[in-house]
Every structure is written in structure tokens, then in C-alpha cells.
Design a protein around this ligand. Structure first.
Ligand SMILES: NC(=O)c1ccc[n+]([C@@H]2O[C@H](COP(=O)([O-])OP(=O)(O)OC[C@H]3O[C@@H](n4cnc5c(N)ncnc54)[C@H](OP(=O)(O)O)[C@@H]3O)[C@@H](O)[C@H]2O)c1
Length: 267
């Protein structure tokens, strides 16, 4: 008799922020692992294209517009996704953008917008989906955080604050959900090559990079691919019941340096 019921064969997954980047790659990876996927973002056309590509590859996918900044939009997305695919067993909360400014130079509405999209948006999804997971005594919630929680960067302080909020909420949930069968997990990507641009001109980018180096960051020039982060999410979700990858940080590997030539031995 196993200690835990294994995952059910059908585990529909909902990916918020799936029109590009990490979210799109995650939806693709989960579909390839056999999950029916519901994909949502404000650019609904991009989500439709992604769902069509997944279906053409033999997967099951449903697309719907989603703005995590709007409670009614979140409710409509969740309801439509569950009508189309059945009860959602996996939530990936990854919608986000970046206000690339110093905190004291960012206006309060800009600060609030960062908290809205990353933190309140994640909570809107949680409040719609986690009660059902608790009732079923199983489910996975994956929060896409950022390595800025471990090592904050300058010129993105509102983002740093919002992602700290996300991890705080996730850690409190891990305690509250203990014994319910629902696993809340944090995936914390390092620098990833996506559309999340910083919008700085070349001169400012140079200055910012110098700042980051000064603070011990930007150690090498390689970035993760979105598919690298997606693989980590798929691993978290695919971990058999009984274990919980509660926090996974994903970093780009540094370029491999040529082996220094061995000194020539004198005869
Ligand atoms: N790129 C990095 O270096 C990096 C590092 C660590 C963590 N992350 C995190 O990874 C996640 C994905 O970002 P990414 O790098 O893949 O950038 P991205 O390609 O710009 O993706 C962001 C996604 O979020 C969606 N989104 C933004 N605002 C939304 C809203 N109000 N409602 C619904 N969807 C919304 C966007 O779609 P629409 O614009 O169509 O709505 C898009 O699908 C973010 O949470 C980000 O903080 C990124």
C-alpha cells in the first residue's frame, strides 16, 4: 500500500502569463508531459496560436484571455478552463512584467502595478483554484519567483519587493497547506532570455551592469532559455507524491572555459 495516492492520470494545468517567454515554454513542456493545458494572458491571440501548436503536436490545450490585474478576468479564465478541461490540478503563476526604475524615482502607481501583477495577481489565481485542490486532497501550485529574492538588483526595486511578497505568500501557504496533499512550490529563475526587456538605452545599460558587478552580480554573460525554466517547473510538478520540491533556483551555467594547457615538462 503506497503512503500516497499516485498522481491521477489526467492532470489539467493552468498557466497564467503564457503568451510568451517562460509561461509559453512551460505550457509546452507540461503539454509534452501529457498535461491538458489552459493558457491565458492579455495577448489572447498569442495564446490561441500556442494552443493550436500544442494541439497540432497531439496535446490538449485551451486558450482564453486573462488579465491577472482584474478579479473578474481571473474568475472568467478559471471557469472557462475548468469547463473545457475539468478540475485544474496544476497552477503555474507566472504572469509578470518589470518596472526597471529606482524605487525613489518610480511613481506610486508604478510601484502598485508591480505588486498587482506579481503578488495580487498570483493571489487571485490561488483564491480561485486552491480551495478545490484542498477539497480533492491534491494539487500543485508553482509560483514563478526570481533570484532577485536571494540577491536583489538595483533599478528594479519594486519588482524585488513584489517577488519577495510572492515568496512570503508561498512560504506561508506551504505551512497552511501541510497535510492537505497540495504542494505549493517556488521556482526561482536567474537571468532568462525572454521578452522581459529592461527598456534601457545602451549607455544606461552599461551603467546598470557596472552597478550589478559592483554588488557581485552579473558574473558571466550567459542567460537561461525559457525552456530551461520550463523543465524545472515540469520537474516540480512531475515529482511523485511523497516528495516536494519546495524551492528550486535555476541559474544559467557559465560558458565552459578552455582547459589551460598543461606546462610542457622539460626533458
Ligand atoms: N526574464 C527573466 O530574466 C526572469 C527572471 C526571473 C523571473 N522571471 C519571471 O518569469 C515570469 C515570466 O516572465 P518572462 O521573462 O517569461 O517575460 P515575458 O516573455 O514578458 O512573459 C511575461 C508574461 O506575463 C504576461 N502578463 C503580463 N502582465 C499580465 C497580466 N496583467 N495578466 C496576464 N498576463 C500578464 C505576458 O502576457 P501579456 O503581455 O500578453 O499579458 C507574458 O505572457 C515573470 O513572473 C518574471 O518575473 C523572469
Amino acid at each position: 500500500m503506497p503512503r500516497f495516492e499516485p498522481h491521477p492520470e489526467r492532470r489539467p494545468a493552468l498557466v497564467a502569463g503564457a503568451s510568451s517567454g517562460i509561461g509559453a515554454a512551460t505550457a509546452t513542456a507540461l503539454a509534452m508531459a501529457g498535461h491538458p493545458v489552459a493558457v491565458g494572458a492579455r495577448r489572447a491571440g498569442k495564446c490561441e496560436e500556442l494552443a493550436a501548436t500544442i494541439r497540432a503536436g497531439g496535446g490538449e490545450a485551451f486558450a482564453h484571455p486573462l488579465d491577472v490585474g482584474d478579479s473578474d478576468s481571473v474568475k472568467a479564465f478559471v471557469a472557462a478552463a475548468q469547463d473545457a478541461l475539468g478540475p485544474i490540478e496544476v497552477l503555474v503563476s507566472g504572469a509578470g512584467d518589470l518596472a526597471a526604475e529606482r524605487i525613489h524615482e518610480l511613481d506610486p502607481d508604478g510601484f502598485l502595478a508591480q505588486v498587482q501583477v506579481h503578488l495580487v495577481g498570483a493571489h487571485r489565481l490561488v483564491s480561485q483554484l486552491v480551495p478545490g485542490m484542498v477539497a480533492r486532497r491534491r494539487g500543485d501550485v508553482v509560483f514563478i519567483s526570481s533570484d532577485v529574492v536571494r540577491a536583489p538588483r538595483t533599478r528594479m526595486g519594486a519588482y524585488v519587493a513584489a517577488k519577495n511578497g510572492v515568496e512570503g505568500m508561498a512560504r506561508a501557504m506551504q505551512m497552511e497547506l501541510e497535510g492537505t496533499g497540495v504542494r505549493a512550490s517556488i521556482v526561482r529563475p536567474g537571468p532568462t532570455a525572454t521578452g522581459m526587456g529592461m527598456g534601457w538605452d545602451a549607455e544606461t545599460t552599461g551603467v546598470v551592469l557596472e552597478e550589478w558587478v559592483k554588488w557581485g552580480l552579473a558574473r558571466h554573460p550567459y542567460f537561461l532559455r525559457p525552456s530551461d525554466v520550463a523543465a524545472a517547473v515540469a520537474a516540480v510538478v512531475g515529482t511523485p507524491r511523497g516528495a516536494h520540491l519546495s524551492l528550486v533556483e535555476v541559474q544559467p551555467e557559465a560558458p565552459v572555459e578552455a582547459q589551460p594547457e598543461a606546462p610542457v615538462e622539460k626533458p
